[in-house]
Design a protein around this ligand. Sequence first.
Ligand SMILES: [Zn+2]
Length: 569
Amino acid sequence: MHYDLIIRNGTVVDGSGMPRFRADVGIAGGKIAAIGKIRDGATEVIDADGHVVSPGIIDAHTHMDAQVFWDPLGTCSCWHGITSVVMGNCGFSLAPCAEKDKLLVMRNLERAEDIAPEAMEAGIRWAWETFPQYLDAVERTPKGINYTAYMGHSALRTYVMGERAFEREATADDLDAMKRELRAAIRAGAIGFTTSRTRNHQTPDGQPVASRLANWNEVRQLVGVMGEEGAGVFEIAGEDTGLAPDRIRDYLGRLKALAVDSGVPVTYGMFSSRKAPDYWRPFFTLADETAAAGGRMFIQVHSRSLNVVLSFETTMPFDKLPVWRDIRKLPLAEQEAALRNPEIRRKLVEAVNNEPREEGRGIGAEPRRANFKWLFVMDKASPPHRSVAEIAEELDKDPVEVIIDLALEKHLKQFFLQPLANENQDHVLEMMRHPRSVVTFSDSGAHVSQIMDSSLQSHLLSYWVRDKQALTLEQAIRMLTFVPASYWGLSGRGLLREGWAADVIVFDPDKIAPMMPHLDHDLPAGARRLKQKAAGLMATVVNGEVVLRNNEHTGALPGQLLRGPLARR
Ligand SMILES: [Zn+2]
């Protein structure tokens, strides 16, 4: 047999969690054709000696719904070994929506997910109204990696209710219309349905996004449609229960009943928080209890602290203070000059020090007022990082002076990290190890100038496997491949097996790691975003074709739209 591609001499970590072994991997017709000692030839050969050969990584929590139309590679995810993404999370999809109403849908996305409307305006050719038409548009678009899409509640509600979606509960007619659209979407291959009930999701004018106006009955009825169809996953950005036990119990009770009554798998993200260290635990117990009662539930977890990435190039925690606001409006070079002016500098430091010390509330991934113990200097890509407070104490300097000096040393390109959640790494590990969790949640495609979490998967491999040795490579690869493929029903992906899709990565286990991020203005209309690559990736193969070699695009665009089960039958 002649293969299209043979990856020779690598160490196979096949995604199942089973121990590694040395083998060649032969690929033909987009599928894995053989694993073992291969004597035949191939059109293309990769020598993977000293490297690991594993399934491509699946990231089930992205917001690439808009980006897919201007960035077929799915950066920055593709640079970390991701070969398939799920988009449309948290209630935000771009369909159903007619072109004339697109500003309404963008309003849901703009502040909640930090995607510049001018980038969406310039980068999307709006060629759909219904969700099935959106799927067709994604299918037609050339793609480097695979995409699968949920229908989002905010879009659905806005489509059916117009401006009323932002103001009130649905009528019986509204609900019928929503159910009709959702059913059509699931039948056409939507992977599921998503909603948000969190106050972190606001429009630019401070109003709740549309899905937050829904009562629980609306949610139940919509999820019920997927139950009737026997397909689809339900993802929810959860309610802000606060810490009152009865409110937590009420919410958990409704989630469990929803999963058990509908038969639909329910999933949500969960983080630990230093302000409420054990808040997350009942959400994990709930998944076990739901399973015992006959439902399905799984929890999306992150592999490190959820950090806002701050810099003078993007946002600093002091930007809203009047003295700072005037300086921060200037071009970066003029800001640098101002910071070197002792008089201006004194005023800036004073302004921060006259602020109340406690952290303010922010929305989503917007920066909070600085607590210097919880503001870290990102002098390298991977932790540990030192806090501003620690450095200030050591140098006997004012923390604000420390920040300004460090920033000036790098011509204002110094990044600082402000963790919003998951500060306790023991909790992070415990959550990742929970049998009903799945490591995902990059939010790739969203929060593009605020966070840089497309690297959470490469961080798992560099930090938890190599540095901490808290997980074996086999365990970690399974967490990133077979587990998400199974939960989201991406059949034929997530394992290296003969006959399965040839989504494969080849990487150096001693070198794989996130690299330092940087700011770029390469979005449509010149909008800004943070970018980050990983070191150590030799090849990324999607559907049998090498898309990235040493993390550089080869020009191949073999990615596919992955439709849900009803569209595959
Ligand atoms: Zn999200």
